[in-house]
Design a protein around this ligand. Structure first.
Ligand SMILES: [Zn+2]
Length: 128
């Protein structure tokens, strides 16, 4: 085992902090958009910006849910580290290639399983 798990953990923790910070920003942004939308509603119901606001709101909501998914991936990777299963494929039990974990620290299946089961690609958005 050559993979530096201490380093991996540090990287995952930093990533988790970053995602949490980003998600807090998005939530603040979302609250701002919602507040702006209610201002528009009281000022002028027929404001043409209404559609833009709805779009902004759904876009921000999508980003928040993406961040939440990513956070779950990172937390799961941290749990796998704690359990000593970090390098073990969750599907077939094989050792996940070090290069794969370096490229994608939240990977939980080996490359063979990832390729065989496209449904297992959920959560791969970060690198795709
Ligand atoms: Zn596998």
């Amino acid at each position: 085992m050559v993979l530096d798990l201490v380093q991996v953990r540090r990287r995952l923790l930093a990533e988790r902090d970053e995602i949490e910070r980003r998600r807090a920003e998005l939530r603040a942004e979302f609250a701002g958009v919602v507040a702006a939308a209610s201002d528009v509603a009281t000022d002028d119901e027929h404001d043409p910006e209404g559609a833009t606001i709805a779009y902004e709101r759904s876009k921000t909501a999508a980003l928040i849910s993406q961040a939440t998914d990513h956070l779950a991936d990172v937390e799961r990777a941290l749990r796998r580290l704690d359990d000593g299963r970090y390098e073990i494929c969750e599907t077939c039990g094989a050792t996940i290639a070090e290069s794969r974990l370096e490229a994608r620290p939240v990977a939980r299946t080996c490359i063979t399983c990832a390729q065989r089961d496209p449904a297992g690609r959920r959560g791969l958005y970060a690198s795709s």
